[in-house]
Design a protein around this ligand. Sequence first.
Ligand code: FES
Length: 187
Amino acid sequence: MATVETAESAVSEEGGVRRRDFINIAAVSFAGAGAVATVFPLVNQMNPSADVLALASIEVDISAIEEGQSIKTSWRKQPIFIRNLTAPEIAEANAVSLDELRDPETLADRTTAGKENWLITLGVCTHLGCVPLGAAQGEVKGEYGGYFCPCHGSHYDTAARIRKGPAPTNLVVPEHEFLSDTVVKIG
Ligand code: FES
């Protein structure tokens, strides 16, 4: 048979109700403390370890990269192209009107002031992620003299901007700063 709690029965059990409330509150408090105790180690485990933090940025000596040359390196497990543009390559990039570009950016937007010859990009095609050609000596650079992605035929110009093919955007320029004339920090 169902029991119906009335005001009268609640009053008659007032002492018991209070005791039960206390037990409930104590149980909730204990559960709360347990939750904090178990969440903290989980959050702590999710913090990056020292070796991961060290990989967050790299320093690259660029002193041996001559004008017209480029190198491939890697950062956060992704290929990076560092290219020392020639004066004609810089002029070619600057001669392009932004109206002609699918992803309008100037060479100046993509490089550091006073160091426009240093073009630093991810070596990852923005279409489906292949590694474009053009950074290693003798590799085909595509119709615009920058990089060429052989997977589906994307052509990037001398500022690594997309000019032809299916890639939607320019090669990504990672955050970087020059620590000196010969050392650049990426990340
Ligand atoms: S992945 Fe580069 S063109 Fe498709």
